[in-house]
Design a protein around this ligand. Structure first.
Ligand SMILES: [Zn+2]
Ligand SMILES: [Zn+2]
Length: 141
């Protein structure tokens, strides 16, 4: 848990997550719950981190991966919540290609590091728990 040197993306994202307050995260999760948006809890930190006006579109980044049906009429930003869409091809966080691989290169690489980390340290398999643990490590340091 204490050594992320082989896992640069895990480290970067744990650091990002640790800089967002737990209270703000809980608030976003509560808003999503009320709106019946079924997002994994760890994504809430990114919604806060990428504070833009208008906000990044939740539909575009929904885990169903099929994007936002409002298209160009949508009032929200169509950017990836995970990488902020720094990559060359526009995508939502959970978009997949025809081989079912994630289009977001950073998210794909992140998941790869996560799996490796889990195998190596035999940590809990729940993605959200691991991110939360990493967040606490960074909060303490
Ligand atoms: Zn949209
Ligand atoms: Zn991305």
């Amino acid at each position: 848990m204490d050594n992320f040197k082989d896992y640069p993306l895990l480290a970067a994202h744990a650091h990002l997550q640790s800089r967002v307050s737990k209270r703000a995260i809980d608030k976003v999760i509560e808003i999503w719950k009320r709106a019946e948006i079924n997002m994994p809890p760890f994504v809430a930190a990114y919604a806060i981190h990428y504070q833009t006006s208008p906000e990044i579109c939740t539909r575009y980044n929904h885990p169903h991966g099929s994007g936002c049906s409002f298209g160009s009429r949508c009032h929200f930003l169509h950017r990836c919540l995970f990488c902020g869409c720094m990559s060359s091809s526009p995508h939502g966080m959970f978009f997949r290609d025809r081989n079912d691989a994630f289009i977001c290169e950073e998210y794909r690489q992140f998941r790869h590091e996560m799996r490796d980390f889990q195998d190596r340290y035999n940590e809990a398999k729940d993605f959200n728990i691991i991110v939360e643990q990493m967040r606490l490590v960074y909060e303490k340091s």
